[in-house]
Design a protein around this ligand. Structure first.
Ligand code: S3P
Length: 435
């Protein structure tokens, strides 16, 4: 599916931020383990959370959608081995978190995904789970992941070799679902929704912060029942609206209910350092997660040297940050971001290809980008390929507003994995995106 984004001078209005994808997936998993009736509001009704929901139902959970609510029901029977392979589609979070969760439940299962997921590294979760005692095989580190047996050891200690919340969460969920404790050292701090949700549900989890990062200890925990859970908005989806407002000429938008977890909102810090006009109002806490409303206005952005330590915090926002940097005066330097190469596409190359099509001067490094921005509209002569990656597609559709004659982005179907209402939301604010 190709989409075209036409030039637009301003966007204006209010929008409610779509539900957080990471949190939506986690509440399904942790909620099924709690084994009580839970009404989930604010759930992201998108392909990735829905494939996680289907996967959990395959192993005996009882979760259904009821209008805007998701109802997790008390199970009538224990979790069971799935009858067929569990297909997580495009979702890295789904497959990695469930590999840990299913391992802890002592089930035998095969986990697979779509073409993109089949190319992504799975050893990062499988290797530590094998060290914890599981028997798991893969196709040379890729899917299918086959969980054969074995059991999770107690008091496992692990120092994270990669900055990955999916790996961290997978190991924590394996320990939680097997009723064990675990101790994880995380030198580079990543999103902590799993820890926050376990704490919210009464689990015993300690987090020590130091200059060396975080040390997370999950103690043996009996979680308490909850009856409802409200998912806050997804900062990573808000990022597209924020940058559309910042780079256009006369915009002002209010984005309501945006998740502002400190391990997720690093882009705000970067943008403020680029001279962005963004205000946070109505900050509050919902289900142990900070959230608030954002008022964003057009700004004359300036280039920035992004600090290495913030990279794990902004990893999903680097494609759209690169678009902001393209229209900022001066140089923006992003390094230490080689994880971009193993996302839904090789996001380093996909972003560089898109910038090249926009004729934005930049250097692609082995682990980042240097972008030489200028505050002029661009002429784009060729179509930009999103490589089937939702965040690449949305980033270059946002860039289209600053093009002289529009930008055609190829392969946009996977926008439905994280932000199915992207077109309607952006067009209601004044953008001109269509098929
Ligand atoms: C996620 C963690 C990040 C992020 C992904 C969602 C999560 O991946 O890129 O979109 O929900 O835990 P990594 O753990 O691979 O960095």
């Amino acid at each position: 599916m190709n989409l075209t984004s036409k030039p637009v001078q301003e966007i204006f209005g209010d929008v409610v931020c779509p539900g957080d994808k990471s949190i939506s997936q986690r509440i399904l998993i942790i909620g099924s383990l709690l084994n009580c009736d839970i009404n989930v509001s604010g759930f992201l009704n998108a392909k990735d959370p829905l494939s996680t929901m289907a996967a959990l139902n395959q192993i005996g959970a009882s979760i259904n959608k009821d209008g805007d609510l998701v109802r997790i029901k008390k199970r009538s029977r224990p979790f069971n081995n799935p009858e067929s392979a569990i297909d997580l589609g495009n979702s890295g979070t789904g497959i990695r978190l469930l590999t840990g969760f299913v391992s802890g439940l002592n089930l035998k299962a095969t986990l697979i995904g779509d073409e993109s997921l089949s190319q992504r590294p799975m050893s990062r979760v499988v290797d530590p789970l094998v060290k914890m005692g599981k028997k798991i095989s893969t196709n040379d580190g890729k899917t299918p992941i086959k969980i054969h047996g074995g059991s999770i050891s107690d008091n496992f200690e692990y120092k994270m070799p990669v900055a990955s919340a999916q790996v961290k969460s997978s190991l924590i969920l394996a320990s939680l679902s097997s009723g064990n404790s675990i101790h994880i050292e995380e030198p580079k701090v990543t999103r902590d929704h799993t820890e926050k949700m376990i704490e919210y549900c009464g689990g015993k989890i300690d987090v020590q912060n130091s200059s060396e990062g975080k040390i997370i200890t999950l103690h043996k925990s009996d979680l308490s029942e909850i009856s409802s859970y409200e998912v806050v908005g997804d900062f990573s989806s808000a990022a597209f609206i924020i940058i559309a407002a910042l780079i256009s000429k006369k915009s002002k938008v209010l984005i309501k209910n945006v998740g502002l977890n400190p391990t997720r909102k690093g882009l705000l810090e970067v943008l403020l350092g680029m001279n962005a006009n963004i205000k946070i109002v109505n900050q509050r806490k919902t289900c142990n997660e900070i959230c608030g409303d954002l008022i964003v206005e057009s700004s004359n952005l300036e280039g920035i040297e992004v600090s290495d330590s913030i990279i794990p915090n902004i990893i999903d926002e680097i494609p759209i940050l690169s678009v902001a940097a393209s229209f900022a005066e001066g140089e923006t330097v992003i390094k230490n971001a080689s994880e971009l190469k193993v996302k839904e596409s090789d996001r380093l190359k996909a972003t560089s290809d898109g910038l090249e099509a926009m004729k934005i001067k930049h250097d692609m490094l082995c682990d980042g980008l240097i972008i030489y921005g200028q505050n002029n509209d661009v002429t784009v002569s060729k179509e930009i390929d999103s490589f089937g990656d939702h965040r690449i597609a949305m980033s270059f559709l946002v860039a289209g507003m600053r093009s002289k004659e529009g930008i055609i982005v190829k392969n946009c179907k996977n926008i439905e994995t994280s932000f199915p209402n992207f077109l309607n939301t952006m067009n209601a604010l004044g953008m001109k995106i269509d098929g």
